[in-house]
Design a binder for this molecule. Sequence first.
Ligand code: SF4
Ligand SMILES: [Zn+2]
Ligand SMILES: [Zn+2]
Length: 312
Amino acid sequence: MINIKLSCCSEKPVTSLYSGEKLCKNHFTEYFENKVFKTLRQFDLLDKGENIGVAISGGKDSLTVLSILNRLSKENPKIKISAIAIDEGIAGYRDRTLMTAKEFCGKNKINLHIFSYEEEFGLTLDEMLKILDVKPCTICGIFRRYLLNKKSRELGLTKLATGHNLDDECQSIQMNQMRNDLRASARLGPKGGLIKNNKFVQRIKPLYLCTEKEVTTYAFINGLLDNFNECPNAVHSFRAQVRDTLNDLENKFPGTKYSIENSFLQTLPYLKEKFRDGKIKICKNCSEPSSNDICNACVYVEKLKNKIDMNN
Ligand code: SF4
Ligand SMILES: [Zn+2]
Ligand SMILES: [Zn+2]
């Protein structure tokens, strides 16, 4: 007979785990933090001395990572922490989440570096989308990845931690399969990337084993929950469709997401091996790493310039 302990203690439960166990606020917090520390150890995400940047949006996932790593850094002075945020220029959304990020960093005395599309590329995302007929998340993702890597390297960061959780990873795995893009999947995993190169700052995902529900519960209990702001462009995205389908499957067949991630982790070493030989080029325009002669960010900056010139 399976012996499931139904309640952790006499305190009121705040959530129940996949196993059926119900946990109170303190025991859930302990469970969650232990899971994050286990992830850091299991996947060897941190070295003894690190200068870690946490990519934050002001949302619950990234603030959860920042809060836990900040505590770790206080206990271990060899681990330095700072935060890095990208202002894409999405009116009514990013301005609000950045306010939350600034408040949190101010209160916890964490250095926050903010870089914007407007300063770096001359236009906000809102303006870019009026000029180019392109899917918002495509162009936004290219510019964000570009800036995060470039600025992290310039800041001398040794790792960049992101708030990606188990749900995010499952969505990416499924999206890449539907696009027949296994090379993109080879870059996934708790330690992102494929090729070690000093032009790349390694990405790590401390919430890799935590579900969206768990992160939301932790953030709520610990006062890190944002006011459910969602980017206005997200509703139309491929990711949102995949997310809804996966949530539906998880409701009907509990454990689906764990199975997707666990089976992916078993195939990941083969994928990394298969795609490891790709050579890194240096963009002829901006000298950032690229898989082509000109990097995707420069390609889009050029497209924007041409379109503006045509319209003038
Ligand atoms: S949802 Fe899309 S457009 Fe909005 S911030 Fe994310 S990647 Fe950018
Ligand atoms: Zn308890
Ligand atoms: Zn470039």
